[in-house]
Each structure stands twice: as structure tokens, then as C-alpha cells.
Design a protein around this ligand. Structure first.
Ligand code: F6R
Length: 606
């Protein structure tokens, strides 16, 4: 959460810095600010709201050194005072920060006793004051080493100081990367944000400090020892992070799903054999494995939930799943014989990282299912299933979800075969159908206008229930999450069988119920639920297979899906109409789809 960015080099227009910052606005967007060096001194501007508001308030000018920040508030309201850059008493040090300083209160007391005056409610403000305080005794690089060793929590920060011709960066637990330009350097929290400007990247590691001059970059560890750094060439097309002709990133990313699935199939499947190069796991470990723990948050948790059903069915395993924020504080009966699968698009989610660290203490093997190579989760895990979805910019996750599903289906198939719990014939049938999934998804995407019209009709409802059973119960959770996060309509996902135990009380003619009622073993049970909703005048939108005869008669509107031979794969197709439905409801209500209120793309704080 929060994005930081900056530049040092030849003179550039201020627009350059703002454009760089905009590329990571999805990380937080309740307030923003910049601090840049101009001939007369350091110029600072910050405000509540988005970067475009800041831009509107500023005329163009040149600068050669500057930092910028886009915020997701943790400590203190989103307002101008709490926006970054934060500064010291003498207004000489200006600093932007992503993360949380856990011991800020103690540091604030210490600094207040030494006469420092604080004006914001942020945890961040202690850092420039600490640099100011410790900088009284020592030159800056040394003082900075002392500062980072006094900070507890997670941070990526950057600052400039009056009279210094360099950027100072430090990282521990939050992402921070440096881009090498032909002349000068940029930095940003996320690599994709820098790709339109350069593909030459230096990844700052945890517990490192960088001093970035116009022509040189020096990196030190937190003990002050210089570290040799590597410049990597990243292979990302700048087009990946533009909206192209789509109205929103979310819509573009929904439409990208067939391509992502095809790429995953090509990447992992060779001649009917599934190969995982980054698995790093011994086959005998997988054969004797008895228990898998899945940790994830939000949408990634729903992907894990689907796969729990699949693993139980085809791998005869005991699979436990928990949201990471609970797993990290629960007594996990884990041993070194168990496998932990941590699922995360960003690989930076604080709760998932904490749950993983706890499991590691118990000796468990950690397999990351992640979309960002080089992320903290990937670095801290022993094996990786890379989800290859490409950068996901829309805050609501779409293609990353189906990519997690697809990758995990492949992994579970591999595991089932290895453990002899899955017959080869079934394996081949499911694998063949996975290959066809992109075609099925495309078929649904072609009917976007039809889904749009249905969404328009349903956008007047003030409350939604999403119901599913079996492997599509998690799909109902995901459908409800998508709708609530971008349209702000209360929506709950429920296992349909639980309806009578409470949620049925909600049903009347003013409530809408989205029923996932496919032709699978639980079809008849779902139809009974539809009957019960109909009897109470609830408005039903059903997701059905073509050829349906019973559920259609009970539904007010229907979205049809192709029928799969292996209904266990249906969450991969069900996701598409649910995502489109949420998208068009939100569009109809005029909501900010790519950057919904109060959310941020990667949740790097607890
Ligand atoms: C919902 C959404 C979030 C994330 C969750 C986990 O659309 O995007 O629920 O899925 O914050 O994020 P990652 O996958 O980065 O760990």
C-alpha cells in the first residue's frame, strides 16, 4: 500500500515525475505529494485526493531531483498534512514512505524529549526527524545506517535533503526498485511502473540502503558495508500496463484471461506432461504428503478454496485453508511433513507473509503461487508456481484469480498422478479440458453486451446474495467480493445449503440472488434452493449451462455457460460472467472501477 517514486538526472519537466507516480496509483490513492529540488530550494506540494488533482494545481517547471508519493492512509486521515512527503523541524529533509513503523510512538517520545515538533498523525514523520536528530552527530550515510537500525516494522522510504545532490533510499520488508536510465535513475515501488521508462532494473533487497547520484548508484547493507549490485533486463512490454482501447484496466484484464490461460498451458504442459521447474520439491515428499495448508487473502483465498475441493477429490489429501490474517495467529498443527501453499498475486501481502513465516518456524515447506517474480513471498518460499498473468493494474483482481486457479489445477493434477490417486484417463480428460478453457472463456466474452444488459437491470438492487455449492461455493464468494468492492453494494457469498440457517431471512422482492446452478452432481440441490427463493419473491439471476430445463423456469434472468465434461473446472468459466456482471453494475452506478474507494492493490500492512 502506498506507492513511492522518484528521479535524479538531467533536467526534466515535472510531468515526468507525476507520470511515473501515476503508474503506481493503484497502490493507494487517497492523497499524494511531491518534493523536488529547484534552483531556489526544495519545492513541496501535496494534497488530499488523486494525482490529477495535484497536477491541476501545478504549472510545469523543470527539476533534476525529486521524490513522490501516493498514499493509502494507515495512520491519520487522508489530508494534506498527513500526505507525504513528511519533513523534519527545519524543513530540510523530505521523505516518502511505504510500510509501517511499528515503534513510531516510542521514537516520537524520544524525539519530542529532544525538542522535535510533530505536525502530522503519521508514523512516517518520525523518520525525517530521526534523520535530523542523528544527522547532528554524524554525516548522512552513517546517520542513515543508525536510523534504519532503530526502525521496527516494514518500510521502503526515500528522501532528499537540502544541499545534497542525491536520493537516499532504504528498504526492509516493502518493495523498492531502481530503474537505470540513459542519464540518471528513477525508482518506484513496483517494477511494471518503471517499464515505460526503462527495462534496466536494480532490485533493492531487504536491509539495503541506496545512495543514488546523477551518475552513480551505491548500495550498502544495514551494517554499512557496500554491496555489489546487479542490473537486470526485465522482459515486460510497456503495452501491458496501458488500458489499450478499454474503458478500464479491469475490463481489459477480464478480456486478457483466455490469453493468460493459453500461456500457462504452454508454459507448464509439454506433450501431456505437466512440468514445474520451480517446484523444488522431492517426489517422495509429495507421495507421502498427508496434509496441505493453504494461506491467502481475498480473491487469492477464493482460488485456494476452489483448489481445496479439487485436491481433496483427486489427491486424497487433508486440505486446510484459512485466510492468512487468521492463520498467522492460530495454533497451526504443522510439521515438516506438511506442505504450505501460499497464494498471492502481489507476493507482498503482509498477512500472507506473516502466516508463511510462522509456518516456516515449524519447518513446513512453503510453495508460493505468485504473480510477481522477485516479490518477498517468492524470496521467502522454497518453491514457486508462477502464475504468469502479467501486471494486474485494476485493483479488483480478475485475471490473477483465474491464473491462480489454472496453475493450481495443473499442480493438483500433477500431484494426483504422482500419488496414484488420479487415474491417467481422468487426468488426460481434465488436462484436455483445461486446454479448451480459453475457448470457453472467449465464447462467454463474446456475449459481453448481453451480460451488460442484465447487469443494468440488476444494478437497482441494494443487496445481493451469491449462492453456489461444492466447488462453486468459492465462486459465489468471489462473485460477491467482486460486486461489493467495485459497486459498494452489500453482497454476500454463501453455500446454498446454508441458506435456511439464516440468510433466507433476507429474501424478498427487493433482494437479488445470483445462483450458480450448473449441471453437476449438486444441480438438483441448487434447484431446490431456487424454488425456495422464488417462493419468497427473490429476484434470481442464474448462471446455468446451455440446455437447462428446470432452473431456467425459476430464474428472472439467465447467463448461459458452455457445459464442461469435467465440472470441477467450472470455476474457471463461472468467474468470467461474475466479473463482467460486477463490472457493469459498477459502471452503471458510476463507480470508480479501477480504484475503488478505501482499497489498494497490494495490502502490505496488517
Ligand atoms: C480482490 C483483491 C484482494 C486481493 C487480496 C490478496 O479483488 O484483489 O482481495 O486478492 O488483497 O492480494 P494478493 O493476492 O496480492 O496477496
Amino acid at each position: 500500500m502506498c506507492g513511492i517514486a522518484g528521479y535524479i538526472g538531467e533536467k526534466k519537466r515535472i510531468k515526468f515525475l507525476l507520470n511515473l507516480l501515476k503508474k503506481e496509483e493503484y497502490r493507494g490513492y487517497d492523497s499524494c505529494g511531491i518534493a523536488v529540488r529547484r534552483e531556489k530550494g526544495i519545492f513541496v506540494k501535496k494534497n488530499k485526493g488523486k494525482i490529477t488533482h495535484l497536477e491541476e494545481k501545478m504549472s510545469e517547471f523543470d527539476f533534476s531531483l525529486g521524490i513522490a508519493h501516493t498514499r493509502w492512509a494507515t495512520h491519520g486521515f487522508p489530508n494534506q498534512i498527513n500526505a507525504h512527503p513528511q519533513f523534519d523541524c527545519k524543513r530540510k529533509i523530505f521523505l516518502v514512505h511505504n510500510g509501517i513503523i511499528e515503534n513510531y510512538s516510542r521514537l516520537k517520545d524520544f524525539l519530542t524529549q529532544r525538542g522535535h515538533h510533530f505536525i502530522s498523525h503519521t508514523d512516517t514523520e518520525v523518520i525525517p526527524h530521526l534523520i535530523e536528530e542523528l544527522g547532528k552527530r554524524e554525516p548522512l550515510p552513517k546517520a542513515l545506517i543508525e536510523v534504519v537500525n532503530k526502525l521496527e516494522g516494514s518500510f521502503a522510504f526515500a528522501f532528499i535533503r537540502e544541499g545534497e545532490g542525491a536520493l537516499f533510499l532504504a528498504k526492509k520488508g516493502s518493495p523498492l526498485n531502481i530503474g537505470v536510465l540513459n542519464q540518471g535513475f528513477i525508482f518506484a515501488s513496483d517494477i511494471p511502473a518503471m517499464v515505460p521508462f526503462t527495462n534496466r532494473i536494480v532490485r533493492l533487497e531487504d536491509e539495503q540502503i541506496a545512495i543514488v547520484g546523477k551518475d552513480d548508484l551505491k548500495i550498502f547493507d544495514f551494517a554499512g558495508k557496500e554491496v555489489i549490485h546487479k542490473t537486470e533486463i526485465v522482459d515486460l512490454a510497456p503495452g501491458e500496463i496501458t488500458k489499450k482501447n478499454y474503458a478500464h484496466f479491469m475490463l481489459k484484464e477480464i478480456f486478457e484471461q483466455p490469453r493468460v490461460m493459453r500461456n500457462l498451458f504452454k508454459f507448464y504442459v509439454n506433450d501431456n506432461r505437466i512440468e514445474f521447474k520451480g517446484l523444488n520439491l522431492r517426489e517422495d515428499f509429495l507421495r507421502r504428503l498427508k496434509k496441505i495448508f493453504l494461506f491467502a487473502c481475498g480473491t487469492a483465498f477464493h482460488a485456494g478454496y476452489v483448489i481445496k475441493y479439487f485436491l481433496e477429490k483427486f489427491c486424497c489429501l487433508d486440505v486446510s485453508i484459512d485466510v492468512s490474517s487468521e492463520a498467522r495467529y492460530r495454533e497451526l498443527n504443522l510439521t515438516a511433513d506438511d506442505l504450505v501453499i501460499a497464494i498471492s498475486q502481489s507476493g507482498e501481502t503482509a498477512d500472507t507473509l506473516a502466516a508463511v513465516r510462522k509456518a516456516k518456524e515449524k519447518g513446513a515447506y512453503i510453495l508460493a503461487v505468485c504473480n510477481v517474480l522477485g516479490s518477498t513471498l517468492v524470496k521467502e518460499s522454497s518453491g514457486l508456481l508462477y502464475t504468469l498473468a502479467g501486471p494486474e493494474i485494476g485493483v479488483a483482481s480478475t485475471k490473477a484469480y483465474t491464473a491462480q486457479l489454472f496453475t493450481l489445477y495443473l499442480f493438483a493434477l500433477h500431484l494426483g498422478l504422482l500419488r496414484n490417486t488420479l487415474q491417467r484417463k481422468v487426468f488426460e480428460s481434465i488436462l484436455q479440458e483445461l486446454k479448451n478453457i480459453p475457448r470457453f472463456q472467449e465464447e462467454i466474452l463474446k456475449r459481453v453486451e448481453e451480460i451488460k444488459k442484465i447487469a443494468e437491470k440488476f444494478s437497482k438492487f441494494g443487496c445481493f446474495l451469491f449462492l453456489g455449492r461444492g466447488i462453486n461455493y468459492p465462486s459465489s464468494l468471489e462473485g460477491a467480493l467482486k460486486l461489493k468492492e467495485i459497486s459498494y453494494i452489500p453482497a454476500e457469498g454463501y453455500p446454498a445449503g446454508e441458506m435456511k440457517h439464516g440468510p433466507i431471512a433476507l429474501i424478498d422482492e427487493y433482494r437479488a440472488v445470483v445462483c450458480i446452478c450448473l449441471q453437476d452432481a449438486l444441480y438438483e440441490k441448487m434447484v431446490s434452493n431456487l424454488q425456495e427463493i422464488k417462493a419468497r419473491k427473490g429476484k434470481i439471476l442464474s448462471i446455468l449451462n446451455y440446455g437447462d430445463k428446470e432452473a431456467v423456469a425459476l430464474s428472472d434472468e439467465v447467463i448461459y455457460l458452455p457445459r464442461l465434461k469435467n465440472s470441477v473446472l467450472s470455476p474457471l468459466v463461472v468467474a468470467i460472467p461474475l466479473q463482467l456482471f460486477a463490472y457493469f453494475v459498477a459502471e452503471n452506478l458510476g463507480c470508480e472501477i479501477d480504484q475503488p474507494r478505501n482499497l489498494a492493490k497490494s495490502v502490505t500492512v496488517e
